[in-house]
Write a protein that binds this ligand. Structure first.
Ligand SMILES: C[S@@+](CC[C@H](N)C(=O)[O-])C[C@H]1O[C@@H](n2cnc3c(N)ncnc32)[C@H](O)[C@@H]1O
Length: 301
């Protein structure tokens, strides 16, 4: 079988957006946990976010999905109209007044009239100029992160837009905007599914789930585990990232649990930055053989 991954390591493409839980820095560690590439015939990412893992492994065939419609619109616009997007980004300026004017468009009827290109440029601009590069909306779905006061934020991003557009156009990448469950029909024997959901909270106070106006509850984490069971039954491979907490360890106890050290990219205060242990759950061993009945724990530095 011909591998769906490039023969020689391609130049790393950086994600366009800063995203909570972004896997850019962790991608090299995650790559080491993947099954042998020759056994993988498709790649599916149901929670793609900014695409840290996708853009690192650069599969030639993939299905990517996210519930966040604004984010998925950015992928589609980057793929279809990169030049127009870059021209649109040039219209923005880095000032408090302009930031709040653009941010608050979603509270007005004007928002519905924006083109897909204007919407994509708005999200990229806000992502680069808002505080900490957060994507956060309130219960009504309005973007509510304040201005970041950065001196020279780079929201033109010429090289990233071109590189991501080229990757999406040169390869067979299907882009979906829905619930993670919607990717199931694309998962078959030999598919590698990398799941990076909003993490289960490690404590009562760390419950950030603001990617969408919905959140990701404990019940949803349990439904996701059942989704992983179905993937395993299909003889596909899954790799799932989540927080290191007793709830996740117990939920996935019959699978292989790897501990990895992750940098905290978006944190509430500089003092809380540093390395943190996260879990990666897999349903296969290092040779790609399935496993679902014995618990294994492995540490990766
Ligand atoms: C931890 S982030 C993924 C980060 C990504 N790996 C990256 O490198 O940027 C989780 C993503 O799941 C998405 N999400 C939340 N609930 C979802 C759902 N029910 N179905 C699909 N995607 C969902 C969020 O919009 C967010 O982009």
């Amino acid at each position: 079988m011909q591998s769906i991954f490039p023969n020689s390591p391609k130049k790393f493409i950086s994600p366009l957006l800063k995203w909570v839980g972004g896997k850019r820095a962790l991608a090299p560690t995650l790559r080491k946990l993947m099954p042998p590439l020759s056994q993988i015939n498709n790649y599916v990412e149901p929670f793609v976010g900014a695409g840290g893992m996708l853009l690192s492994v650069q599969p030639k065939k993939a299905v990517i999905n996210d519930l966040n419609g604004e984010l998925i619109n950015v992928y589609r616009v980057v793929r279809d109209t990169p030049k127009e997007l870059l021209l649109e980004l040039e219209k923005h300026v880095n000032s408090v007044e302009h930031f709040y004017k653009i941010r608050d468009i979603d509270r007005s009827p004007l928002f519905a009239k924006l083109s897909v290109i204007e919407k994509a440029a708005r999200i990229i601009y806000l992502n680069k100029t808002c505080f900490n590069g957060l994507y956060r909306v309130n219960s009504q779905g309005f973007f509510n992160v304040p201005y970041g006061y950065y001196k020279n934020p780079d929201y033109h991003e010429y090289s990233k837009v071109c590189a991501i557009s080229e990757y999406l156009n040169r390869n067979d990448i299907m882009i979906l905007n829905g619930n993670y469950c919607d990717t199931l029909s694309h998962i078959e024997k030999g598919t590698l599914v990398y799941l990076d959901p909003p993490y289960a909270p490690v404590s009562q106070t760390s419950n950030f789930t603001g990617y969408n106006a919905g959140g990701f509850s404990y019940e949803e984490q349990i439904r996701l585990k059942k989704f992983c069971d179905i993937i395993a039954e299909k003889e596909a491979f899954f790799m799932l990232s989540n927080s290191d907490c007793s709830f996740v360890r117990e939920l996935y106890h019959e699978y292989r649990i790897h501990e990895i050290q992750a940098p905290r990219a978006v944190a509430a205060s500089p003092n809380s930055r540093g390395a943190i242990t996260e879990l990666v759950v897999t349903n296969f061993d290092c040779h790609g053989y399935p496993m679902s009945s014995v618990s294994h724990r492995e540490k990766m530095a």
